[in-house]
Design a protein around this ligand. Structure first.
Ligand SMILES: Nc1ccn([C@@H]2O[C@H](COP(=O)(O)O)[C@@H](O)[C@H]2O)c(=O)n1
Ligand SMILES: C[C@@]1(CO)OP(=O)(O)OP(=O)(O)OC[C@H]1O
Length: 161
């Protein structure tokens, strides 16, 4: 049986922090603020994956009040979420992600991000779709106050051993 989940994450820009998206550090004059490395791509994807089995959200599993997650590489959260799904008999099948950002240009980094996410999830690169769009200078992303990410994921029941 196939199940579907969706997730959204938003982080504000902050000067003096690296910009990490999809497990990749992207050259830019500022990064995203957050308790972890603030990788909004991975956070939205974790929420989509958790949504497939109605398992709550990333903050429920990895509370921002927990000092263990301060500055944490978000690939850790993604691997943990994939493991949680597998422990319940489901594996990630396919993900589709849209990044809303006026700047920087995301498209040159999509191949590296795709490889990172596929490796964390144990799926083929062809099952990871990442897209980017500006919001034509409108709204908080258009004013470059932050970045927003939407993600959809499907998971499937694993064959019994
Ligand atoms: N931060 C971004 C935003 C967009 N792109 C790429 O540019 C194309 C055109 O974007 P529009 O917002 O004008 O539709 C889009 O198809 C993306 O491939 C990008 O790389 N980085
Ligand atoms: C990732 C966590 C980890 O403490 O913190 P943040 O980096 O602030 O990111 P957010 O998207 O607010 O999700 C909540 C937390 O799980």
């Amino acid at each position: 049986m196939i199940r579907v989940g969706q997730g959204v994450d938003v982080h504000p820009f902050k000067e003096g922090r690296p910009l990490v998206l999809g497990g990749v550090t992207i050259p830019h004059d500022r990064g995203l603020d957050g308790h972890s490395d603030a990788d909004a791509v991975i956070h939205a994807l974790c929420d989509a994956l958790l949504g497939t089995l109605a398992l709550g959200d990333i903050g429920h599993h990895f509370p921002p009040s927990d000092p263990r997650y301060k500055g944490k590489d978000s690939r850790f959260f993604l691997r943990e979420v994939a493991g949680l799904l597998r422990s319940r008999g489901y594996s990630p099948h396919q993900v589709d992600i849209t990044i809303l950002a006026e700047r920087p240009r995301i498209s040159p980094h999509i191949p590296a991000m795709t490889a990172e996410l596929a490796a964390c999830l144990g799926i083929a690169g062809g099952d990871v779709s990442i897209k980017a769009t500006t919001t034509e200078r409108m709204g908080f992303t258009g004013r470059e106050e932050g970045i927003a990410v939407w993600a959809v994921a499907t998971v499937g029941k694993m064959a019994s051993p």
